[in-house]
Design a protein around this ligand. Structure first.
Ligand code: ADP
Ligand code: MG
Length: 441
């Protein structure tokens, strides 16, 4: 398909958008990917120096190879060659197009002279991948074209769609957004649209064909509601205890989350650290920094890396392998949420909030024929902060009870396990802390 003519005003608006960011968020088969590919091709004509680079991103290799790459290659087969090994397309006499996926979210970092970035199905990207793409675009002053179906109320919705719809001045200044239904593509079979409307759950139909943003289906923590569970940070009371959850990763992110539990048993997520490609020394550094800010009693760690756990301990951090009973951990965390005993401090945990909107049980199409969705564990994605949440919730489940019991039976306790809020440290040393703490009747 060499010649291309936009099929609608919306498609041409997106195609000729001069804004820093253009978003086409539409129903499936509207013509998003083709639009993105044509947009990029125009830039490839405009910037034809061998130093010029372009980036095409996709959520996974599978989506890249099945739906992003084929239209790109069809459109560009006459002007260059694709090199599978380094996932790049060499433009004859010109620059290179780099293909990257959310599987390695740091892989866009370091690509220089970027002239344009096409993000296919970006609604499935982690916030972290998007942060990296956006940073690349700012550094190189390259425009970004996001083409996607709506999937959830994640960063794409919160940072752009929602603000755009609310008339946010900044978003209107930097972005052009078009939204459309599948059947606004004249090449899309109308009968299919109508037929599916009759047979599908309306919410699902609205999202897949209607291009409407809705809370994702099958969310593990579907009761988590930012309007209720995100609160403005406040000064935590005396007797608050601090814990952390740790999820190891290299290509996947390494994550630490800090949890404060106030004397009345309410849990607050108060900090997070989220980064890929860190060596263990840097991980220890990040944990030590948190430990210097709050008296973290225990780091509940993903048990799969005892070597890292030992290294934390060797550096004076109290780290233990967490219980990795996934469903049980999820049940307990769910219970904290629905009983209004779990909150997140606003402005402190952006990756966590994104994962709450993304962490989901498999849809039918993600299952093998012999699997039953009801018995399945969540999809192994967007689960890094979520695993930390589970480790801490599980690890501290009976912490209040245990603390009471230990006090009552007079078990000798060590300071590391019963610290106080930072300004209580001196008191704690003087061993007067427990008498002063009115919490234990
Ligand atoms: N302007 C257009 N002219 C011709 N065909 C188009 C146009 N826009 C979309 N199509 C066709 O519609 C179909 C869906 O397009 P695609 O980009 O794969 O959709 P999406 O990415 O939105 O699912 C493809 O066969 C594509 O070639
Ligand atoms: Mg597509």
């Amino acid at each position: 398909m060499r010649s291309f003519k936009a099929h609608s005003l919306k498609q041409s608006t997106a195609l000729f958008s001069q804004k820093k960011i253009t978003i086409a968020a539409t129903g499936v088969q509207w013509g998003k990917t083709i639009l993105g590919v044509v947009w990029l091709k125009m830039l490839m004509h405009q910037f034809n120096d061998p130093e010029d680079a372009f980036i095409v991103t996709s959520p996974t290799y599978k989506i890249l190879s099945q739906s992003t790459l084929p239209p790109f290659l069809r459109m560009n087969e006459d002007i260059g060659k694709y090199h599978g090994q380094e996932s790049s397309f060499q433009i004859r006499g010109g620059g290179k197009v780099w293909f990257r996926t959310n599987h390695d979210p740091d892989s866009v970092v370091g690509i220089t002279n970027v002239r344009g970035i096409l993000c296919d199905e970006a609604g499935k990207y982690s916030r972290y991948f998007w942060d990296n793409i956006q940073a690349r675009s700012s550094i190189c002053k390259a425009p970004v074209m996001i083409v996607t179906s709506p999937y959830s109320l994640n960063w794409l919705y919160k940072d752009f769609i929602k603000k755009w719809m609310a008339g946010d001045e900044h978003v209107h200044q930097i972005a052009n957004i078009v939204m459309a239904r599948s059947d606004e593509n004249p090449y899309f079979p109308k009968e299919e649209y109508e037929e599916r409307k009759l047979t599908m759950d309306p919410r699902r139909h609205n999202m897949i064909y209607g291009g409407k943003f809705e809370k994702a289906e099958g969310l593990v923590y579907s009761h988590f509601d930012e309007k209720i569970h995100v609160v403005e940070p406040f000064s935590l009371p005396h007797g608050t205890r601090y814990f952390a959850g740790v999820d190891w990763g290299y290509t996947d992110p390494f994550v630490i989350k800090v949890r404060a539990i106030t004397p009345d048993g309410t849990h607050y997520s108060i900090a997070e650290f989220y980064k890929t490609q860190l060596r263990s020394g840097k991980m220890v550094e990040a944990a030590a920094r948190f430990a210097s800010m709050w008296p973290i009693e225990t780091f509940f760690c993903d048990p799969s890396r005892p070597d890292y756990i030992s290294e934390f301990c060797a550096h004076g951090l109290t780290a233990v392998g967490a219980t990795n009973a996934i469903q049980m951990g999820i049940d307990r965390h769910h219970e904290l949420i629905i009983s209004d005993r779990y909150y997140v401090f606003a402005g402190t945990c952006r990756y966590t909030l994104d994962e709450y909107e993304m962490y989901h049980y498999p849809e039918e199409k993600e299952l093998n024929p012999n699997q039953d969705g009801k018995d399945e564990l969540p999809v192994d994605q967007a689960n890094h902060c979520m695993d930390c949440e589970r480790y801490v919730t599980y690890g501290t489940w009976d912490v209040v009870k245990r603390r009471k019991r230990d006090i009552i039976t007079g078990i000798k306790t060590n300071d590391a396990f019963f610290p106080a809020a930072p300004d209580d440290r001196k008191l704690l040393k003087e061993k007067k802390y427990w008498e002063k703490d009115g919490y234990f009747e």
